[in-house]
Design a binder for this molecule. Sequence first.
Ligand code: FMN
Length: 381
Amino acid sequence: MAIDLSQPLKFAYWVPNVSGGLVVSTIEQRTSWDFEYNKKLARIAENAGFEYALSQTRYAASYGADKQHEATSFSLALLGATEKLKVIAAVHPGMWQPGVLAKFIITADHISGGRAAVNIVSGWLKSEFTGFGLPWLEHDERYVRTEEFIRILRGLWTEQNFSQSGKYYNITDFTLNPPPVDVPGRPHPEVFFGGNSTAAQATAGRVADWYFSNGKDLEGFKENIAGVQASAADVGRHPRFGLNGFVIARDTEKEARETLREIVAKAHKPAVEGFRSAVQEAGASTKDGKGMWADSSFEDLIQYNDGFKTQLIGTPEQVAERIVEYKKIGVNLMLTCYLHFQEEVEAFGKDILPIVRELEADLARKAGLDFNVDNQIKAGV
Ligand SMILES: Cc1cc2nc3c(=O)[nH]c(=O)nc-3n(C[C@H](O)[C@H](O)[C@H](O)COP(=O)(O)O)c2cc1C
């Protein structure tokens, strides 16, 4: 798919709604999982130029996150505390009935003036499902259920008297009133999707508006999106792409690299090893062995979404340049995380974003295109 250089990159941050920050390390992290901290963070982020916040859904301790706030209620509260920020609530299909979630998100959308979104995650932490007495499906089967789930969300958000009968859910002649808020260019609340395996990519191509990738180097990202694009092309769709990256921007590159070394040196080894064994339930368990974390080293897993691989590490200029390299290969949205969220999100908006915008304008000019940060990618797919 052609890359539209006239469109500005979008930015998101991970909501730290679980304890322990975004790296499994005993290094100091001035980040808190509590609501007051997150409320202030969300306001800082929207003023700094972030368009989205992404919450995590977690019910039990993993990667050291032994305390968690539930994702949909937390996201709704953040929507209530902000004015522009779109908040993406992570949800597991196996934990929700899709009609109930569709209705919940419509209400959140009305409360927030059209800013609600979902990230559909198919699950890898088996004990959360078995502990709740829910079926734990085999890997690729989880994506069969996910696809049905997303088709129902979209159907209930856009159609009257909607019916769909499938292997996992049956919806009969149902109309949700009111429908979601009518936002120009957005047919319904946006559907993000996280997953790396072959089955995840194929499913995302068919039904997601946005595909989220774990952290990747440039080559890794290209490989990752190729599968999604192939599946999307078969059905004439054009999903967009988000990429995770852990940002360490410091005055000098040496300082930034030193910080990474300290994070790794202070890794919480038992928690990282516990995480490594739990994620065997993810793509590595499939026949082709491809999937999230399948090729992650111990060091990679310290940022539990492989955020070091994206290498957003160095001076603000270096980080901005690296971000624009990803734009050139098809990233539409950069999903970011930090050691000290409030300070670093603010600094990102002040020190890095202006450089990114200059570089983007330059790129567009060279391609003979007009670039304006108000250019908006249409949400329709
Ligand atoms: C950006 C992103 C966010 C995710 N958020 C969550 C989450 O909040 N909770 C969860 O259980 N899994 C989350 N996942 C994990 C995926 O849903 C999925 O289980 C994982 O990618 C393994 O899938 P695979 O085996 O198909 O590669 C996330 C993945 C990505 C890329």
